[in-house]
Write a protein that binds this ligand. Structure first.
Ligand code: FBP
Length: 551
């Protein structure tokens, strides 16, 4: 890494993140509540987690209780980057050292694979200090491998024995926290002393429930994308000639798109969950967009902003059916299909009458060739690599065709589209004050759970829309958050993924305003994330969180 750091980074290095009162206290204990139950699938969960099922909720409070023996602890970053990961580690480190300066922290390298292979580095104060309040996961890097198989679990146990490890903190999303619980269960069954604690991370914002108010990183990523969208809105009203189609990251849920819509008020925002609930077809989606473009054009506005969530294709009914058909065909004869000499041959084969119905064949045929090709690929987990689908370009093509056909019927609409994708631009941004404080607090909380020898928990900080003086730190047993979902084509026990709730306040606020935003220029320009200045600008949570909590 470069020896030179920016002036802002220098200033941020000195920022002291805020902590909830209980975590600031020199004397800390973890209070256990009543036993918990998952909402569904109880027997299946109890069967897979006999040693960690039904553990109580836990809350960190002021009081005597936790021992201060020196600990050896590991930390791993899992999955996609999210702003604030370094602060989780810094908070974890500071809390461990505050309890006993002899404690040591090891960072497993490049994600869960580092845990399986036993690759780690010593995280000293010197290392930690270089990364305080910075974005990215580059302190120890991340990876998407999973600790799943019995061999992986056994390898982890053996590494932990060799390292004499008291605890492991897994910083990840719903899958990684589920896998952390599996590891916790395994280690407990094996009478290992190593406890495993999870921290909720993902910019997608889909790891949330009654216990976890928001995953870290969502705040900064949405604010960063909103700045960019606001800038484009301003450009659109200046140039008055382009329609900007903006795809936003978020593998499945549309939380990022919804939050950015609430912040910037673009003309059209597609919410995948609504499209799925209404069973809207691809043609239906295109018709909705064209309707707004035509109406704006009639009002003399041949420009506008459309926001589309990355996960959209799998929520459109006929694309979903098409993907299911293609998956079934690939399941039967993937090798044969990929041995065919040209895309034309593959197309003819998969769309033949004995393979798929006419409607799916027509939908497939309506897609541009590059997207047809992506839909014939599967990643190592059997999923379509959807992030490679340029949905913004697909919509631009289909809308252009539709407008072309209107022109053939005498209705001419000027349409100059530009496509954008905002994803990686936001994942490593310098954490907002909200994420810096929240993550540092999560790290502190994780340290107290390891000190209390609690395992199979995901830590949380609650009351997040209030000032940090009123934040409450605690943890939820992972078994309480599990349910059965189909992942990689199989029913699996995982932490329930939170999609956009169409009855929730954020969606209702959006739905109540979108017709106005569609036709008029009601754009809002949030500007860049602010780190220094008035608290109402620097420390504000997302609109989504504020509306969900009635703040
Ligand atoms: P996590 O769920 O692991 O936090 O990752 C989320 C995400 O940023 C998605 O929004 C996006 O679809 C995906 O990662 C991109 O994955 P990759 O980093 O492998 O390109």
């Amino acid at each position: 890494m470069s020896a030179r750091i920016s002036d802002l980074q220098k200033q941020r290095a000195g920022y002291q993140p805020k902590l909830p009162p209980a975590l600031r206290s020199g004397k800390i204990k973890v209070e256990l509540g009543a036993a918990t139950e998952p909402a569904t699938d109880r027997e299946a969960i109890r069967k897979e987690f006999p040693n960690t099922y039904g553990q109580p909720l836990a809350r960190i409070v002021h009081g005597e209780g936790l021992e201060s023996t020196p600990l050896k602890v590991g930390v791993v970053l899992s999955g996609g980057q999210a702003p604030g990961g370094h602060n989780v580690i810094a908070g974890f480190f500071d809390a461990l050292k505050a309890a006993n300066s002899e404690s040591r922290l090891f960072g497993f390298l490049k994600g869960p694979k580092g845990v399986i292979k036993g690759r780690y580095k010593d995280l000293t104060a010197e290392v930690i200090d270089r990364y305080r309040n910075t974005g990215g996961f580059d302190m120890i890097m991340s990876g998407r491998d999973k600790i799943e198989s019995t061999e992986h679990l056994a390898a982890c146990k053996s590494n932990f024995n060799d390292m004499d490890l008291d605890g492991l903190v897994v910083i990840g999303g719903d899958d990684s926290n589920t896998n952390a619980a599996v590891l916790a269960e395994y280690l407990k069954a094996q009478r290992s002393k190593t406890v495993v604690v999870g921290v909720p991370k993902t910019i997608d914002g889909d790891m949330k429930n009654d216990q976890i108010e928001v995953s870290f990183g969502f705040d900064t990523a949405c604010k960063t994308y909103s700045e960019l969208i606001g800038n484009i809105c301003r450009d659109a009203t200046s140039a008055v000639k382009y329609w900007h189609f903006i795809r936003l990251m978020g593998r499945a849920a549309s939380h990022v798109a919804l939050e950015c819509a609430l912040q910037t008020q673009p003309n059209i925002t597609l919410i995948s969950e609504e499209i799925q609930a209404k069973g809207t077809t691809l043609e239906g989606v295109v018709d909705q967009i064209v309707d707004v473009i035509v109406k704006r054009s009639e009002a003399g506005r041949n420009y506008g902003i459309l926001v589309v969530p990355e996960g959209l294709p799998e929520f459109i009914s006929d694309i979903k059916t098409l993907i299911d058909h293609l998956s079934a065909i690939l399941g039967r004869e993937e090798k044969y299909i990929h041995s065919l000499p040209s895309h034309e041959d593959r197309f003819q084969h998969v769309t033949s009458q004995d393979q798929m119905d006419d409607h799916s064949a027509r939908v497939y045929g309506s897609l541009p060739q590059d997207i047809q090709e992506v839909l014939l690929r599967r990643d190592e987990h059997g999923n379509v690599p959807l992030s490679q689908v340029k949905t913004e370009d697909l919509l631009i093509d289909l809308v252009s065709d539709k407008l072309g056909s209107l022109e053939a019927h005498g209705k001419k609409v000027k349409f100059s589209p530009l496509g954008h994708f905002f994803g990686y631009e936001g994942r490593c941004a310098m954490p907002s004050n909200f994420d810096a404080d929240y993550c540092y607090s999560l790290g502190h909380a994780a340290a107290q759970f390891v000190r209390a020898r609690l395992t199979g928990y995901t830590v949380n900080i609650q009351n997040l829309t209030r000032p940090s003086d009123q934040w409450i730190a605690g943890g939820t047993p992972v078994t309480m958050m599990l349910n059965k979902e189909v992942r990689k084509g199989e029913e699996t026990l995982v932490i329930k993924k939170a999609l956009v709730d169409l009855d929730g306040e954020p969606f209702k606020r959006f739905a109540a305003n979108r017709d106005n935003w569609a036709l008029n220029d009601e754009y809002v320009f949030p500007g860049p994330v602010q780190y220094f200045g008035p608290s109402e600008i620097c420390d504000a949570p997302t609109i989504t969180l504020a509306l969900e909590k009635g703040a």
